[in-house]
Design a protein around this ligand. Structure first.
Ligand code: UDX
Ligand code: UDX
Length: 459
């Protein structure tokens, strides 16, 4: 069969894999290939055990794989063949040199641009999918055109807004698709070619266009605004705990104002995930680079409150459990950074586990999907840590349960049975406010939610 468009994606990660699977699924007339430097990851994409857990992903991969969706490591062949190349290699925070701990590490991005230049034999549209500092497309253009080989590369920015756990739904029914291009005839032509891809399933009014720089910046700003809401509500949760106000009631009253809306107002143990912290630090770094110190300080505050919230969980545990955690068994309910994913990158549970070990607590970690990642995250930490899939077994004999992830399954456990098997006094720290606190209290637990008055049996 002759395919209408040949699309390549470099980087088979959380973003590249699902996004390409959706394009292949919605556009059987296109050939979509995903390449990666990591052969083990590609082998997993070609197996029954996909490298990432995302509800609905397996079904769409199975429908298209081998028909118009292919996963392999032939980067050279892929570049030669494709008309449109999405780049979705990772762009972590720099761990060395200038900008260490703040700026984006663009080494994979740079290397990928050079690979494209080396192997390309015809004109290409290059689409930035990774989240990047504003003006990266310019660097990309400079690398691609440095050898002046007569090939025309048009760089577009098309940031991905999917959230993990709802990635497939977000891809299928996005709030918006943003395409940034140069306003030159070739830029606009490339833009239209990418619009054509998304128009196969996304309504035209949700496909928006802008210049390249606005598009690059919009992704950073969208993540910064989302994270800011969480830090805002979490900062108020601390005040609620001092004043007997209830954060759920406050969030409800605030969120009913239609100008504010009710989403992203759940107080928690802090935000995690691969994007929020990295992108805000990147934004802060950019602002400092341009001499905008006040703006940089403003956004830095969002990250500072998030660190504060995680530390507050530990200090609350310490003060309520009689100022010592040494030798106490604490069961973490959930390790993923949010429900419905196995991803633990920047999960608050990682920081909280490390702090609990510093306090010489014993840890039992349970999670329906993320135990393998948890083991890798805590691999180098010396301490008493065990990993138990069954929450009943995990909490058996523990002094406290601390809810880290809002897994639906935790709401429906038999807490009477759990209470009977735990050491007394038994504590529950509900870091996601998902449990029925009154029932837990009636069972006998001492209950410590986030941003609400605790329910304790102590006189
Ligand atoms: C992506 C974006 O790249 C990041 O900027 C954004 O903020 C979040 O989404 P993600 O898909 O989560 O990152 O990253 P990851 O799961 O680490 O996948 C990146 C893949 O690229 C890996 O499989 C890696 O092996 C591959 N890669 C990396 C290459 O194929 N070539 C390289 O040179 C470097
Ligand atoms: C985020 C953005 O939502 C997405 O648009 C972007 O493409 C990538 O980054 P993701 O990190 O996958 O997606 O998950 P998200 O649902 O945004 O949650 C991030 C973190 O915030 C999680 O740890 C989550 O538990 C936490 N959170 C979210 C809260 O603590 N409270 C809330 O009300 C919402």
């Amino acid at each position: 069969m002759e395919f209408g468009k040949k699309i390549l994606c470099i980087g088979a990660g959380y973003v590249g894999g699902p996004t390409m699977a959706m394009i292949a699924y919605k556009c059987p007339q296109y050939r979509v290939t995903v390449v990666d430097i990591n052969p083990a990851r590609i082998a997993q994409w070609n197996s029954d055990d996909l490298p990432i857990y995302e509800p609905g992903l397996e079904e769409i991969v199975k429908t298209s794989r081998g028909k118009n969706l292919f996963f392999n490591t032939d980067i050279e062949g892929g570049i030669k063949e494709a008309e449109i190349i999405f780049v979705s290699v990772n762009t972590p925070t720099k761990t060395f040199g200038s900008g260490m701990g703040m700026a984006a590490d663009l080494q994979y991005w740079d290397k990928t641009a050079k690979q494209i230049r080396k192997f390309a034999e015809s004109d290409k549209i290059i689409v930035e999918k990774s989240t990047l500092p504003v003006k990266t497309a310019l660097a990309m253009e400079r690398i691609l055109t440095a050898t002046n080989n007569g090939i025309h590369f048009e760089v577009l920015s098309n940031p991905e807004f999917l959230a993990e756990g709802t990635g497939i739904k977000d891809l299928e029914d996005p709030d918006r698709v943003l395409i940034g291009s140069r306003e030159t005839p070739s830029g606009l032509k490339a833009r239209d070619s990418l619009i054509e891809v998304y128009a196969n399933w996304v309504p035209q009014d949700r496909i928006i266009t802008s210049n390249v720089w606005s598009s690059e910046l919009s992704k950073l700003v969208a993540n910064a605004f989302l994270a800011q809401r969480i830090s805002s509500i979490n900062s108020i949760s601390a005040l609620c705990e001092r004043t007997d106000a209830d954060i759920t009631e406050v969030a409800r009253a605030v969120g009913m104002d239609r100008r504010l809306g009710n989403k992203f107002l759940n107080a928690s143990v802090g935000f995690g995930g691969s994007c929020f912290k990295k992108d805000i630090l990147n934004l802060v770094y950019l602002c400092r680079h341009y001499g905008l110190e006040e703006v940089a300080d403003y956004w830095q505050g969002v990250v500072t409150i998030n660190e504060y919230q995680k530390e507050r969980v530990i200090t609350n545990m310490l003060s309520t459990m009689f100022n010592t955690l040494a030798g106490k068994r604490i069961c973490l309910f959930g390790f993923a950074f949010k429900a419905n994913t196995s991803d633990t990158r920047e999960s608050p549970a990682v920081t909280i586990s490390k702090r609990l070990i510093e306090e010489k607590a014993e840890l039992v970690i349970t999670d329906p999907k993320a135990l393998d990642n948890a083991k890798m995250d805590l691999d180098t930490i010396e301490g008493n840590i065990s990993y138990v899939e069954d929450p009943y077994e995990a909490s058996d004999g523990c002094d406290a349960i601390a809810v880290m992830t809002e897994w639906e399954a935790y709401k429906n456990l038999d807490f009477e049975m759990i209470y009977r098997s735990m050491a007394k006094p038994a504590f529950i720290f509900d870091g996601r406010n998902i449990l029925d606190h009154k029932i837990l209290f009636a069972i006998g637990f001492n209950v410590f939610p986030i941003g609400k008055p605790p329910l304790t049996h102590f006189k």
